[in-house]
Design a protein around this ligand. Structure first.
Ligand code: ZN
Length: 400
């Protein structure tokens, strides 16, 4: 339907700009960097209070245990924040999933902590776009939708570790995605309001390299230089990439005094396979190059991590979901297009379960993950209206 019916018309007039802006400002002043467990806890309580306006059960779920490799190559366990889950009408025959994240890339000690207005439309602040406004839009859309006595059931997941790859919430995402009719994720749109279509996969890996120490002047031939091996591996990985498989060697830690052949190094790199077959290819490439470098430099190399997010492929059902959203946008007088994106998000994980997902239902703005991040507040109302309308039409449509 390209036009709004009476109920839809009534529903979208209930979207309130001021409450979304207030939520965005309030939630953005609480630092919720992925490693700031205190801040995440505070924000989770606030969100739990606001989302309990919905007719469902709100719960905080413990994170799954995860591991991190330290700069010296030690593997340590890492505790993430708790994840918020809201379940509404669990017995409904048709249920969908709505997801967002409460964490940001800005740590507690980052200089970027305050919101300020750049002009009357643009709000600059940490996480204002990615994605505290997205959470506000989701809540406003759901509340408006609830006013027209719906029979659609849904789960809301707001995780605490999306910015570091959702390692402690991946199991929960899988659990909540299974069997859902469709899913909506409230990441910001691409610039200009464009929705993201396919996405590559992504994985973060660390190669921990153990060489042998020796005196740089007296007996360097007895040493096995771990820093040189790490550099060689970085080069070989970089040379192995191609358009469907990008590999980014990002950081090398290791070594010590200049008169010692270093016996330890850690190389960290990110891999983005475009398609499923490139995931298998990446695994082989990384294993082979590591084995070659280990042998050529006579060092030991241990690999940690893997491809946590699979490529997000577009199924016919995803195409139909986009069609439904586009038609709803047209009915609201907003043109909508989509294109493939290079970034990754929880939409990747959801798509793995065969659930059609549109993952850029959030606000419009620019420069996420930088101190220039801003939200265009004029996008709040249109996006919340779109959310409510899409929910209503997902409840009504015969199938996807
Ligand atoms: Zn995000």
């Amino acid at each position: 339907m390209t036009e709004l019916d009476r109920y839809e018309q009534d529903m979208i007039t209930r979207i309130d700009y001021q409450s979304m802006l207030t939520h965005t400002l309030e939630w953005s002043t609480i630092n919720s960097g992925t490693r700031n467990l205190d801040g995440l806890g505070k924000l989770a309580s606030r969100l739990a209070a606001e989302f309990s306006d919905l007719p469902g059960i709100v719960a905080l779920r413990d994170p799954a245990p995860t591991e991190a490799v330290t700069a010296t190559g030690k593997v340590e366990s890492l505790i993430a924040g708790r994840h918020l889950v809201v379940r509404v009408r669990p017995d409904a025959s048709r249920r969908i999933l709505l997801t967002g994240h409460m964490d940001t890339v800005f740590a507690e000690d980052d200089a970027f902590q305050q919101c300020r207005w750049l002009d009357t439309d643009r709000l600059n602040g940490p996480g204002v776009l990615d994605m505290k406004s997205g959470l506000a839009i989701m809540l406003a859309g759901l509340k408006a939708f609830e006013t027209i006595s719906p029979d659609l059931g849904y789960d809301v997941l707001i995780n605490s570790d999306e910015e570091t790859g959702s390692l402690s919430s991946a199991v929960l995402i899988d659990e909540l995605a299974v069997g859902k009719f469709a899913a909506l994720t409230f990441e910001p749109s691409l610039p200009g309001g464009i929705m993201a279509r396919a996405r590559p996969g992504s994985g973060n890996l660390a190669a921990v390299i153990a060489g042998r120490a020796a005196h740089a002047g007296r007996n360097p031939e007895d040493g096995r230089n771990a820093v040189v091996a790490a550099s060689d591996l970085a080069l070989r990985l970089s040379n192995a990439q191609h358009p469907s498989l990008s590999i980014n060697p990002a950081k090398i830690d290791g070594g010590g005094p200049t008169n010692v052949v270093p016996d330890n190094a850690v190389l960290r790199f990110n891999i983005r396979p475009r398609k499923e077959k490139n995931v298998a290819e990446a695994t082989v490439v990384v294993a082979n190059l590591s084995a070659q470098v280990a042998s050529d430099h006579d060092v030991d190399i241990k690999l940690h991590g893997g491809i946590g997010r699979p490529p997000k492929m577009i199924s016919p059902a995803t195409e139909r979901l986009f069609g439904l959203v586009k038609e709803a946008a047209t009915a609201l007088g907003e043109p909508l297009s989509w294109r493939d994106a290079g970034g990754v998000c929880d939409g990747n994980n959801i798509a793995r379960q065969g659930v059609p997902v549109l993952d850029t239902m959030g606000a419009i703005g620019e420069f996420i993950h930088s101190p220039n991040e801003y939200l265009d507040v004029r996008s709040l109302v249109p996006r919340a209206r779109l959310t409510a309308l899409v929910l209503h039409r997902l409840a009504q449509c015969e199938q996807l």
